[in-house]
Write a new protein. Structure first.
Ligand SMILES: NC(=O)c1ccc[n+]([C@@H]2O[C@H](COP(=O)([O-])OP(=O)(O)OC[C@H]3O[C@@H](n4cnc5c(N)ncnc54)[C@H](OP(=O)(O)O)[C@@H]3O)[C@@H](O)[C@H]2O)c1
Length: 245
């Protein structure tokens, strides 16, 4: 397969890239800082390609995807993303704008570039890395939650539209995965999973062409309860002393 992964220089994207490369697939990754890639990455995996790209820059991303695919692309994993980091209770709108640009527009650009290629093939698979944070509004993560909710609904709708036309669309909703992104978190992270294990589970869900995959199971149960409960009760939870991070 020919697979492009946005944001594959660290974390989940890198683990996914390595998992696919070990199986012999051709994989393109991108990021703003290719120096974050393991030193021997390109030598170790001759079928790997790396592109210095900011996903908020449409031209940069389109050029990289077009160059990598040269007309053939089986799987696009729109993974690049960022969070608020320190969970501030006062909104930083510059940060909010950038989160929306990276997490939402970055996915839109990746899907658009991929579909331009896949349309000529009449098939292909689009995957977004959303989050369990897309189901509820979490404290200190307003833009992150909003961005992941947008990506979730985008993917869900596109699956309905494109499925009958021969294209697969998958939204992945991980709980806590141990990556540079979550290393910034000071709060407890229940059911924290390694990036390698997370990547294996995501890879399996992609192979099974799931429309939505929420994991781990215990986090899925918790987020479903939080999502379905009356909203006043949900607000009350965060008012309990010591609960808010
Ligand atoms: N870790 C978790 O617990 C968790 C849970 C749910 C969902 N997710 C989602 O999973 C995805 C990957 O996160 P991660 O945990 O693996 O974080 P990570 O280790 O920080 O990786 C983020 C990746 O995105 C890239 N990136 C960030 N901004 C970019 C930009 N403007 N242009 C291009 N690339 C950019 C980074 O590369 P450069 O820095 O080189 O640009 C890096 O490769 C994100 O969408 C995140 O929201 C993570």
């Amino acid at each position: 397969m020919k697979i492009f992964i946005t944001g594959g220089t660290t974390g989940i994207g890198l683990s996914l890239a390595e998992a696919y490369l070990k199986e012999g697939h051709r994989v393109g990754v991108c990021g703003r800082d290719l120096g974050k890639l393991p030193e021997d990455f390109l030598q170790k995996y001759p079928k790997s390609h790396a592109y210095k790209v900011d996903v908020t820059n449409k031209d940069e991303l389109f050029n990289a995807i077009n160059e990598f695919s040269s007309g053939q692309l089986d799987l696009m994993i729109a993974n690049a993303g960022r969070s608020e980091g320190s969970k501030p209770s006062w909104p930083d709108f510059d940060v909010y704008h950038n989160i929306m640009d990276v997490n939402v527009k970055g996915v839109l650009y990746a899907f658009e570039a991929a579909l331009n290629i896949m349309k000529k093939q009449g098939r292909g698979h689009l995957v977004s890395i959303a989050s369990v944070a897309g189901f509820v509004g979490l404290p200190g993560a307003a833009a992150y939650c909003a961005s992941k909710a947008a990506v979730l609904r985008l993917s869900e709708s596109m699956a309905i539209d494109l499925g009958p036309q021969g294209y697969d669309v998958t939204a992945i909703c991980p709980g806590f995965i141990d990556t540079p992104l979550t290393k910034q978190n000071k709060h407890p992270m229940p059911f924290l999973m390694s990036a390698e294990e997370g990547a294996q589970r995501i890879k399996q869900a992609i192979a099974q062409k799931k429309v939505m995959y929420i994991f781990p199971f215990r986090m899925k149960v918790i987020i479903t309860i939080l999502d379905k409960m009356p909203r006043f009760l949900y607000q009350l939870i965060w008012k309990i002393p010591g609960v808010r991070p």
